[in-house]
Design a protein around this ligand. Structure first.
Ligand code: SF4
Ligand code: SF4
Length: 104
């Protein structure tokens, strides 16, 4: 496999390590960017479980409300699929997806 060739893999889902039904592609360059508003996060872990590429985890620090909030731990794995943002009940996540010029 060439260095920059995306590889297709089955993602692990969340901290429980269960296999997700969704397949994710992991490349050497992130195709998405996630921003988590730590003060809105309640630490429910829904986003961690939903991410097919194990990009997110619950961090070691608490926010002003006393919750351990979600953090991006593997940014290069992000595909920009936005499943994390869709499932977040507190609308704490924003996702940007990288668009190639030829896709415009
Ligand atoms: S957009 Fe969210 S769910 Fe999708 S790969 Fe990135 S962190 Fe994971
Ligand atoms: S789903 Fe939203 S509230 Fe829950 S841990 Fe993730 S960012 Fe925080």
């Amino acid at each position: 496999m060439k260095k920059d060739e995306p590889k297709v893999m089955s993602g692990k889902s969340g901290s429980r390590g269960q296999k997700s039904r969704i397949r994710c592609e992991v490349s050497t360059e992130a195709r998405g960017k996630v921003e988590i508003n730590r003060e809105l996060c309640k630490g429910c872990e829904y986003c961690v479980s939903a991410c097919p590429c194990s990009v997110l985890r619950i961090g070691d620090e608490i926010n002003r409300s006393g919750y351990f909030y979600a953090v991006v731990s593997e940014p290069l794995r992000c595909t920009g699929c936005a499943l994390c943002a869709e499932i977040c009940p507190d609308i704490a996540i924003k996702v940007w997806r990288k668009v190639n010029r030829k896709d415009k």
